[in-house]
Design a protein around this ligand. Structure first.
Ligand SMILES: [Zn+2]
Length: 634
């Protein structure tokens, strides 16, 4: 089951937006702190349960209803009505379970220091594990029924129609399902499967001793992951170099250990790939959502064909920062500084105005969400950091968690999260529960589309060139981070899996060589565009996503898809808006690649990638026009 919250959190971790969001609230601003306490900007969890007593009652009910699941064991294939009644039970309990656990986790996110909320969250999570254990017979039993019988049941019982996609998806796994004894071994092997990622996670998050450096103004800063994200963007070049040198030198000490954990992860992937008879690790990973490998290949091919656009961006960056030879530590500082403040009311209004091309109903729903407390807007002590949208409470409405701090990145994050929110809202309204949940492959299309609309809107309403440059620069940096950087990660991930498939042993040093080659190619090192020092090629060790099994490519494909949709909608192409909204409304009723393809965006072809590259070039044309105008050139 996909979780928008997780998608969003991951995206924010990998983007510069996270850095800004992680900087926390700006203190001492009277309007902000006043709003901060305003109940209007707290989400209203009472829409789910009036109080924790009602939550407890719901939890108990889920628990006792689980007994009904045992009665289904061995009976699914009896006849069509038995199958229907068992699936009704299964999805009915799952829906209530997600309501119970969403409430508990959002309550705990309101104040992560509240032990009672944490306990509720853990209780719900344990119940989720028990549900998974008690329904583990479901898939094998359905698979054993066979295609002919399932299709006969589907023809006989109209009530099974809402489960058609679910059933057919289980049947699809047939060629990769083993005999009972082998499946039991596979399940037991799962006990070891998370060892590489858990070891890496402990090392990266808890055990690496982070360095401290003294900046040119005498300030001493600790370079843990958050500190690095913040200080790598500092305006002082010598400080940036110092931050890079200290941070990557620390990682360098763990190059060998990280090499072992990553290599172990690759061998783990190879074990599942070979056991389940897939042609490659990439094919195995993409099969989960039924994504053709041609999508992954198209992404890599089109990205490489368009590296010239990325290089143009770096040259423009060098010009704007006034640096002759750009180095890797020069890629993070913002191109333009602008102190533009957006109190929450004007931020919300900006988002509503920007979303107008999506139609009156879409905008009216977002407004209703703003007015009826679907969002927890401001940072507070103890509140979870970052931003997410959760559409898991099917019968109520989606919720948004933000740490709004009044800058433009906050407004952009708000547009992004409400993209996820409206996706959930439309899918939940149009689909029965079993097909409402959408896949990660389409999730970021909905959110990044809204960012594109916001950019278009702020450029139209900006009152001066400094403001315009700021928005354009921020959009460019977003495209670099969400498209090119993620595509580079995707290429690295593919390359290292292919080497292991060919039987090559990989060490930390070898990972650095492979990653360094990619870094240099993407950044135009040979052409003298961005010089990459050897000391920084250990960056692969810093990226947790390499333990997520071909995950990051979806950021790049999503923003390519949304670029094509946005271009068509903003150009007023007839039917474009309806096609886009159709994708959102379809939820999880179809496979995501086909869903997008039938809506006119085929991610296995060059068109969406070309739209993204065109968007990036248009932005750079506009920046250069402003710079030339400022320099008095015609
Ligand atoms: Zn997102």
């Amino acid at each position: 089951m996909q979780c928008t919250a997780i998608v969003t959190m991951l995206l924010l971790l990998s983007l510069p937006a996270a850095t800004l969001a992680a900087n926390g609230p700006r203190n001492g601003e009277p309007t902000m702190s006043h709003q901060n306490e305003d109940i209007q900007y707290r989400w209203n969890l009472a829409d789910i349960y009036p109080n924790t007593k009602a939550w407890k009652a719901a939890l108990d009910e889920v628990q006792s209803s689980m007994d009904r699941l045992d009665a289904c064991k061995g009976c699914l294939g009896k006849d069509a009505s038995s199958l229907k009644s068992c699936l009704d039970t299964y999805f009915g309990i799952m829906k209530q379970l997600r309501r119970v656990s969403s409430y508990a986790s959002m309550l705990s996110d309101e104040n992560t220091r509240d032990p009672k909320a944490l306990e509720m969250r853990q209780t719900a999570s344990m119940l989720g594990t028990r549900f998974a254990q008690r329904t583990s017979y479901l898939r094998p039993e359905i698979l054993a029924m066979g295609e002919a019988r399932i299709h006969r049941f589907l023809a006989d019982e109209a009530g099974l129609d809402q489960y058609r996609h679910f059933l057919e998806d289980i049947l699809r796994a047939k060629p990769h399902t083993l005999g009972a004894e082998a499946e039991s071994v596979m399940a037991t092997a799962g006990l070891m499967a998370d060892a590489p990622s858990s070891t890496y996670s402990i090392l990266a998050n808890a055990e690496i001793p982070w360095p401290t450096v003294t900046l040119s103004d005498g300030q001493e800063v600790r370079l843990d992951q958050a500190g690095y994200s913040r200080w790598r963007a500092t305006a002082n070049r010598a400080d940036r170099k110092k931050v890079f040198d200290a941070f990557w030198d620390t990682w360098h000490h763990y190059e060998r250990t990280c090499g072992v954990t990553l290599y172990s992860q690759l061998k783990r992937d190879l074990f599942y790939t070979q056991s389940r008879k897939y042609p490659s690790c990439m094919a195995a990973a993409l099969d989960g959502d039924n994504i053709p490998v041609a999508v992954y290949r198209a992404l890599i091919q089109e990205t490489n064909a368009n590296l010239g656009t990325l290089h143009r961006y770096f040259k423009l960056r060098a010009r704007m920062l006034g640096i002759k030879q750009l180095r890797y530590y020069d890629i993070y500082p913002p191109l333009v500084k602008a102190d533009i403040e957006f109190p929450i009311d004007s931020g919300e209004q900006l988002v509503l105005d920007a979303l107008k091309p999506l139609g009156k109903e879409y905008v009216a729903t977002v407004r209703r969400g703003f007015e009826h407390r679907w969002m927890d807007a401001f940072p507070r002590p103890g509140k979870r950091s970052g931003a997410y949208s959760s559409g898991s409470v099917y019968d109520v409405h989606p919720y948004v968690l933000m740490n709004y701090n009044g800058d433009y990145e906050s407004v952009s994050t708000m547009a992004h999260e409400w993209g996820h929110t409206m996706h959930s809202y439309l899918a939940n309204a149009a689909q029965p529960y079993p097909t409402a949940d959408y896949s990660i492959f389409v999730a970021e299309v909905a959110s990044t589309f809204n960012e594109a609309l916001l950019l278009d809107h702020v450029l139209e309403t900006a009152t001066n060139d400094t403001e315009r440059l700021y928005y354009l620069g921020s959009a460019l940096e977003g495209l670099r981070g969400t498209f090119f950087r993620q595509a580079m990660f995707a290429e690295f991930e593919l390359k290292i899996h292919e080497l292991v498939e060919r039987g090559e042993a990989l060490s930390g040093q070898r990972f650095s060589e492979i990653y360094g080659d990619l870094l240099r190619r993407y950044h135009g090192d040979a052409q003298g565009i961005v010089k990459i020092d050897d000391a920084y090629t250990v960056e692969w060790a810093f990226i947790p996503h390499f333990y997520y099994d071909f995950y990051v490519y979806q950021y790049a494909t999503s923003i390519a898809a949304s670029s094509l949709f946005a271009q068509e909608v903003l150009d007023g192409e007839p039917g474009a808006r309806e096609r886009f909204l159709g994708v959102l409304t379809a939820g999880g009723s179809r496979y995501p690649y086909e869903l997008l393809k039938d809506a006119g965006v085929d991610l296995a072809t060059p068109a969406p990638y070309e739209a993204l590259v065109k968007r990036m070039n248009t932005i750079m044309d506009e920046i250069e026009a402003i710079l030339d105008r400022r320099n008095g050139r015609k």
